[in-house]
Design a protein around this ligand. Structure first.
Ligand code: EPS
Length: 392
């Protein structure tokens, strides 16, 4: 069973990812893992912290001579900013005068519910873990899952389909979306240059007015065969697993599979993807095909062989340079919400985090269906199943 967990705080010494259940023998390319971490740091509208950090994966266990060995994989990412916080946030009691408290909770952030829940008169301890800095660990773990899926020919990529009021108004092909991942400069992560310019203007407007803006990212899984997930039990449906995983990303407030939102206001005849049988006897992995993919590659909680498409809808970042009203924790007086350095827009980065969460979900589902303690065994099972589908 593939599982993962993370630890670490935004201004602590390091972030940690722990992944277990990956079969032995999966090649791990450290450069590709670090490239994912780099991608998460990119995008027009990122804040000052990204100038401080250069996130790098330090693999502590589970990988030897470039391959997984079946034992848990522990990865550490050092926070360079720690040197500025060592005295403000020490592990030991330290000097209280150096403590940098967050006195008035930010609407939209975890500050107030977190303080109430954990009985803190200061939101500092809440934001340290609630911060999206934690997503660094998810991307490191997701990069390991991507390596396993890549060995089976399953790939994952993302792009940005909305920033504020600006929407991508055409379909994007898998090849266009996958090509974005190889770019050396990332602005908005949109496949269409003219739309990307308009997205940047949205970010510029938010920057000018002390505001924030976000939007929608889309993650696409390419090469997943039909048959992963099932309708047999509510908690085994692939779409439910993906929704949980993507909803857990910081700032995500809604998740969509395929064109689920538009489908809710359409007639069935306009929504469902008609089934055809290809003339091409060599067509892989099956001759059954669709000419559109409104279902987002999932029917009845099972992958249907088309690309799996998941969208994450992000609320705007809740740390505003022009803050909203709030209340002081100590005096209960009306005040402005705390402001700390923050991002203005994070949609492209959230897409990379989305890829990681989707990769971990798909890898876990694939491992659950096909099994195997080594990549050799997993591949044999996987290829045997592909042959079964081909012959259907
Ligand atoms: C982030 C690091 C954080 C924030 C951001 C995401 O660093 P810092 O708090 O030192 O500026 O930039 O977190 C938030 C937006 C948030 O609300 O907590 C990162 O690495 O992605």
């Amino acid at each position: 069973m593939i599982r993962f967990s993370t630890a670490g705080e935004s201004h602590g010494e390091a972030l940690i990812a722990l992944v277990s259940g990956v079969p032995a023998g999966v090649p791990i390319d450290l450069e590709r893992v670090n490239r994912e971490l780099w991608r998460r740091q990119q995008g027009y509208g990122r804040g000052g912290r990204m100038k401080i950090e250069t996130d790098k994966a330090h693999i502590l266990s589970g990988v030897r001579h470039g391959k997984t060995i079946g034992s848990p994989i522990a990865i550490e990412m050092i926070n360079r900013d720690w040197k500025n916080w060592e005295e403000k946030l020490p592990v030991e009691p330290g000097n209280a005068a150096l403590h940098q408290s967050v006195a008035s909770p930010r609407p939209g952030h975890a500050d107030l519910p977190g303080a109430l829940k954990y009985n803190f008169q200061d939101a500092r301890y809440v934001l340290e873990r609630a911060s999206a800095r934690e997503s660094t660990s998810r991307v490191a773990a997701g990069a390991i899952a991507k390596e396993m899926l890549r060995a089976l020919g399953i790939e994952i990529a993302s792009h940005v389909v909305r920033v504020g009021r600006v929407e991508l108004e055409r379909n994007a092909s898998w090849y266009e979306i996958a090509a974005l991942g190889a770019k050396e400069e990332v602005a908005m992560g949109c496949v269409d240059a003219a739309t990307e310019e308009r997205m940047k203007e949205e970010v510029e407007e938010a920057a000018r007015t002390g505001d924030t803006v976000n939007g929608v990212f889309e993650v696409v899984v390419h090469g997943l065969p039909a048959g992963v997930g099932t309708f047999a039990n509510w908690d085994e449906r692939l779409d439910a697993h993906l929704a949980f995983a993507v909803m857990s990303i910081q700032a995500v407030k809604a998740v969509e599979i395929g064109h689920g939102v538009v489908a809710a206001s359409s007639f069935g005849s306009a929504v469902h993807d008609a089934i055809y049988y290809s003339e091409d006897v060599e067509k892989k992995p099956t001759r059954f095909e669709r000419h559109q993919n409104n279902a987002g590659g999932i029917e009845g909680g099972i992958s249907n062989g088309e690309d799996v498409v998941v969208r994450g809808y992000l609320k705007p970042i809740s740390t505003l340079r022009k803050p909203l009203e709030s209340v002081r924790f100590d005096t209960r007086e009306k005040t402005s919400a705390s402001y700390e350095r923050s991002d203005i827009c994070v949609v492209p980065a959230a897409g990379v985090i989305g890829e990681a969460m989707v990769a971990l979900t798909i890898a876990a589902q694939v491992q659950a269906k096909f099994g195997g303690d080594s990549l050799l065994e997993l591949k044999r099972n996987f290829e045997g199943y592909l042959e079964q589908i081909r012959r259907f």
